[in-house]
Design a binder for this molecule. Structure first.
Ligand SMILES: Cc1cc2nc3c(=O)[nH]c(=O)nc-3n(C[C@H](O)[C@H](O)[C@H](O)COP(=O)(O)OP(=O)(O)OC[C@H]3O[C@@H](n4cnc5c(N)ncnc54)[C@H](O)[C@@H]3O)c2cc1C
Length: 391
């Protein structure tokens, strides 16, 4: 068994960490307070060529297909700037989807600009009455005279306000099954594309989240992404990758919680001794490190499986669940170690607690991940794993 991380991966991870600590970390608090997507940060990320890391070289990307490398980049970025790591994960998901399912015209229209940071896009699948149960979504797309007419409501759309286009999941047939769900590219200036209010959020505040409505929104038939009826299947296939990148976001924040806790435990003196001398504090530090290392290596292992063309979906669900639950616990313990100061907005740990919560919810909630894992263990054929992505 070889656990070696290549020199190239180590160097990339170090460079991303140095960059994020020096260039992004000083801006994070202000972005969190203002609550919204920061083009300033996005341009900084563009300047180091990271926005198109997984994009094809033909369209200005770096052509890095290794998921393990991508995971390490997201992890290190999330250590210093959680929102950027979340936003970058979304950007890469759009790039991957366009590259896999888009025709040459779609790619030419968007890929280069997503890779160089000129534009951002968004992805709209969730609806007010359709979250975990994705196949129940109600938005419809009706083909008429060479155009699809889209009607429906979406919610929780990341970067909908800034996005040049949205990838929209809509039903193109009457049946209840997921095989009538298709994906469309909808430009922001189409009549009937209605932007909702910006949501006020607990964490992940360096992104904007809005609802979207489509009211007889007409797009050319050529805006269909991939084949009709294959849109959801294709999106769900990408989820196994996305879950590992979500695990990576959580790992970065867990590392930040541990870093801050170690430092504070050495500095804070009570009863005449640094609190790090007390065994109950030591226990929390040790548990954080144990959880973090376990989650990190499961995430790396699942990514390695994917990079070596081995079945990895179930490990991806396990890693997502372990890493995000571990990070949530580490964040809560870090606040505890900081005592009353941990509850204050000017300390580093309260925002970790607010940010990390979303990693247990998006990219398939941890309850859904546990169902996928359990049904796989029980060998059920008509199972969640079919619905929620199987490689
Ligand atoms: C900040 C943020 C950004 C997001 N960005 C996007 C985006 O860009 N695009 C997009 O399309 N969506 C996005 N989402 C939506 C996100 O993917 C959903 O919130 C998530 O899938 C859960 O759906 P829901 O919120 O409707 O919860 P529900 O599905 O209603 O779940 C509620 C609770 O019930 C549990 N539950 C549901 N079904 C079961 C079951 N069968 N067994 C056991 N427990 C169950 C869940 O785990 C959860 O605890 C975003 C959400 C947030 C908060």
């Amino acid at each position: 068994m070889d656990f070696t991380i290549t020199e190239e991966q180590q160097l990339l991870k170090k460079n991303i960490g140095d960059f994020a600590r020096q260039e992004l970390a000083p801006l994070v608090r202000e972005v969190d307070e203002k609550e919204g997507f920061s083009w300033e940060i996005w341009r900084k990320l563009a300047s180091i060529g990271i926005l198109g890391l997984c994009g094809p070289e033909k369209y200005g990307g770096e052509g890095v297909t290794s998921l393990l490398t991508q995971v390490m980049v997201i992890e290190e970025l999330a250590r210093y700037d959680f929102s950027s790591a979340g936003n970058l994960t979304s950007n890469w998901a759009l790039i991957r989807r366009l590259n896999e399912d888009g025709n040459e015209e779609h790619k030419a229209r968007y890929l280069e600009r997503l890779c160089n940071g000129e534009i951002v896009g968004s992805f709209a699948q969730t609806e007010p009455d359709s979250g975990s149960d994705v196949a129940s979504l109600r938005t419809t797309a009706r083909l008429e005279d060479g155009y699809y007419i889209i009607n429906g409501d979406k919610c929780f759309v990341t970067q909908a306000g800034e996005a040049e286009f949205t990838m929209v999941a809509a039903r193109t047939g009457q049946e209840k099954s997921k095989s009538v769900i298709s994906m469309f590219l909808v430009e922001k200036d189409r009549p009937g594309y209605i932007l909702g209010q910006k949501e006020a959020k607990l964490g992940f505040r360096g992104s904007t989240t809005r609802s979207l409505a489509f009211n007889d929104c007409k797009v050319p038939a050529s805006n269909l992404l991939g084949q009709e009826g294959k849109g959801l299947k294709s999106a769900l296939r990408g989820l196994a990758n996305g879950r590992l990148l979500t695990a990576a976001q959580a790992l970065g924040q867990a590392q930040a919680a541990l870093d801050a806790s170690i430092k504070y435990s050495k500095e804070r003196v009570q009863f005449g001794r640094p609190i790090g001398n007390f065994q109950l504090i030591q226990g929390m530090l040790a548990d954080m490190a144990i959880g973090l290392e376990s989650a990190r290596w499961l995430t790396y292992y699942a990514s390695w499986l994917r990079d070596n063309d081995k079945p990895f979906a179930i490990y991806s669900s396990m890693a997502k669940t372990l890493a995000t639950d571990t990070a949530m616990k580490a964040a809560v313990d870090a606040v505890q170690i900081f005592g009353g100061y941990g509850f204050m907005r000017d300390q580093p740990v309260e925002s970790i607690m607010r940010n990390v919560k979303i990693t247990q919810i998006y990219e398939g909630t941890n309850q859904i991940q546990r169902l996928i894992i359990a049904r796989e263990l029980l060998g059920e054929k008509k199972s969640f794993r079919e619905l929620y992505g199987q490689n």
